[in-house]
Design a protein around this ligand. Structure first.
Ligand code: SF4
Length: 468
C-alpha cells in the first residue's frame, strides 16, 4: 500500500555538509577522528542519539565511549527532572579540562534541556567552552553545525521549534541488533501541567506509515527481533493526518510484516487507549501482551490539576476493559507522588488504585518542579521529607503485589527472547511477551533467539528450564 509522503526530507542538504566535514576532519585530525555521544534520559533520546551516531559515522568519525579520545563530544540531554539537569551541568563542566588537553575538541549540547532558552542562556554565559547548543527539531543539521565550527564560525545557538514536517532519511547507527527503537511520532499536544515535553519537543507530528513500514522491514531484515515503537504519546499516532491510519491500524500493518519478531510501544496515554487498540493487541500475535498506561495519581482531584483528561473511574474502567479483552496482559504504569496540593487523602487513593489493579511493575517518581510549567507555579506545602515517606509506602505496597504476582508464573511455559546474561556464569535471561524476565541455563549463542522456558521457581528472580 502506498501513502502520500508529506514529510519534507531536507536531509539531502546535510549530506553535502557531511562530505565537506569528512574532508576537513581528515586534514585537521588525521586518520580516524573520533566522536563521543553522551546520552541522558528516555528512549526517545537514545533513539535520537542513534541518529547522531549515524550522522557522525557518515562524516567519517569513529564512535568512541572514551571522552578523552574524542575530537567531537556531544551531550544529548533530558529535561524531565531537575536531577538529570544537574548531572548534565556536572558533565559539561568537565569539557573545560578536556579542551585544555585537546584544544581542537569541538563540544556540543543538544536535546530537551538544550531546547529551553534559559538553559541555552546559562551555557552561553557560564560554559564558554561549549561550541554549539541546538534543540530537538534541528538536530539533523549536525553536519552543517560541525562544518561551520570547523570553518571558524562563532558559537552556534539554534533553538528553532517550528513544528515543521519530520525530516526523514537521517542515517541511524543502532546500538543493538536484535532490539531496536522505531520512532513513529514526535511531540505532544496534551500539556499535562507538570510536564516540559510539549515546550521542548513541540506539537504532535506523525511519520508517514510507509516510512515506518519501510524502516520496520529493514530492521527485521537485519535481524531485529524486538521493535519498540516510540512516541511521547504513541497511541495518538495519525491524529490530524489525512492517511486514515491510526495507531491500532499501524500496529496491524507492522504485525503483518513477515518474520519472527515482537512489537512493543511506549508511551501510551489512557485518553487515547481505545477498544480498537485493545482488540488489536489481543488479535496480533507479534504485539507484546504489555500495556504501559501511566495513571500518575489515583485521585480525580489531582488528575484534574494535572490536566490528564481522565478521572479515577475512567481509568479503572479502561483497565477492566483491557483485562477482559486481553486476559494475559501485563500492566505497568507511572506514578507521581507529591504533586503540588496533593494531600495524604489523595495519596491514599493512589495506593488503593495500585491495590485494585495489581500492576506488574511501576515507575514511581517524587514530583519535581519544571520551570515554565503551570505546576511549578502551584502551591506545594508538603515537605520533601513527607513525600519521601509516602513514596516508601507506595514502594512497599508494590513490592508485596509484585511478590504475589510472581507466583502466577510458576509451572507455566513462556516464549522468551534471550536478551541478557544471568547472574551466574552459564545462565542467560529472556523477556516474555509481557514484562517478566526469566533466567535459565544457556550461553551467548542463545542471545537474540526465541526459546520456550518453563518457570520452575522464584528466588528473587524467576528461574526456568528450556523446553525443547
Ligand atoms: S502526555 Fe506525556 S509527554 Fe505529553 S504532556 Fe503529558 S506527560 Fe508530557
Amino acid at each position: 500500500m502506498l501513502f502520500e509522503n508529506k514529510s519534507t526530507s531536507v536531509f539531502s542538504e546535510q549530506t553535502v555538509y557531511a562530505d565537506r566535514v569528512k574532508l576537513s576532519i581528515l586534514n585537521i585530525y588525521g586518520e580516524n577522528p573520533k566522536a563521543c555521544v553522551v546520552t541522558f534520559g528516555c528512549q526517545q533520546n537514545v533513539s535520537d542519539s542513534e541518529k547522531l551516531k549515524g550522522m557522525l559515522k557518515m562524516m567519517g568519525y569513529e564512535i568512541t565511549e572514551d571522552w578523552a579520545l574524542a575530537d567531537f563530544i556531544i551531550f544529548n540531554t533530558c529535561a524531565v527532572r531537575g536531577h538529570a539537569e544537574d548531572r548534565v551541568y556536572g558533565n559539561i563542566g568537565k569539557v573545560k579540562q578536556l579542551k585544555k588537553d585537546k584544544p581542537r575538541l569541538i563540544a556540543a549540547v543538544c536535546g530537551c534541556m538544550a531546547q529551553q532558552e534559559s538553559v541555552a542562556e546559562k551555557i552561553k554565559k557560564s560554559y564558554p567552552y561549549i561550541d554549539m547548543v541546538f534543540g530537538t527539531q534541528v538536530f539533523h543539521r549536525l553536519p552543517e553545525f560541525i562544518y561551520k565550527q570547523l570553518n571558524g564560525s562563532p558559537r552556534i545557538f539554534e533553538l528553532t521549534l517550528d513544528n515543521s514536517d519530520i525530516v526523514e532519511d537521517i542515517p541511524v547507527s543502532r546500538d543493538g541488533t536484535y532490539k531496536g527503537w522505531l520512532p513513529i511520532m514526535y511531540g505532544c499536544n496534551n500539556f499535562c501541567t507538570y510536564c516540559i515535553v510539549p515546550y521542548v519537543r513541540g506539537r504532535e507530528r506523525s511519520r508517514d506509515p510507509e516510512k515506518i513500514l519501510e524502516e520496520a522491514r529493514a530492521m527485521i531484515a537485519n535481524g531485529c527481533k524486538d521493535i519498540t515503537l516510540l512516541g511521547q504519546n504513541v497511541n495518538s499516532y495519525g491524529k490530524g493526518c489525512d492517511h486514515g491510519i491510526n495507531f491500532a491500524k499501524l500496529l496491524r500493518m507492522i504485525n503483518d510484516i513477515e518474520g519472527d519478531f515482537r512489537i512493543r510501544f511506549m508511551t501510551s496515554h489512557p485518553k487515547d487507549c481505545t477498544v480498537e487498540l485493545l482488540d488489536t493487541i489481543r488479535d496480533c500475535e507479534k504485539v507484546s501482551r504489555h500495556l504501559h498506561l501511566p495513571f500518575q495519581s489515583g485521585s480525580s482531584r489531582i488528575l484534574k490539576l494535572m490536566n490528564r483528561y481522565y478521572d479515577r473511574e475512567a481509568y479503572l474502567s479502561l483497565i477492566k476493559e483491557a483485562k477482559a479483552r486481553i486476559p494475559d496482559v501485563s500492566l505497568t504504569s507511572d506514578i507521581i507522588v507529591g504533586f503540588p496540593g496533593e494531600t495524604y487523602e489523595d495519596f491514599k487513593e493512589t495506593l488503593s488504585l495500585v491495590e485494585e489493579v495489581k500492576f506488574s511493575s511501576l515507575f514511581t517518581f517524587i514530583y519535581s518542579p519544571r520551570e515554565g510549567t503551570p505546576a511549578a507555579r502551584m502551591a506545594d506545602p508538603v515537605t520533601r521529607e513527607e513525600k519521601g515517606k509516602w513514596f516508601d509506602e507506595l514502594l512497599r505496597l508494590q513490592e508485596r503485589i509484585a511478590a504475589e504476582n510472581v507466583k502466577n508464573y510458576i509451572g507455566k511455559t513462556y516464549r522468551v527472547l534471550c536478551d541478557g546474561y544471568g547472574s551466574n556464569e552459564g545462565f542467560v535471561t529472556g523477556h516474555t511477551s509481557g514484562t517478566a524476565v526469566i533466567e535459565f541455563e544457556g550461553d551467548e549463542g542463545l542471545l537474540g533467539k526465541f526459546v520456550n522456558v518453563k518457570v520452575d521457581l522464584y528466588d528473587g528472580t524467576l528461574k526456568g528450564t528450556i523446553i525443547k
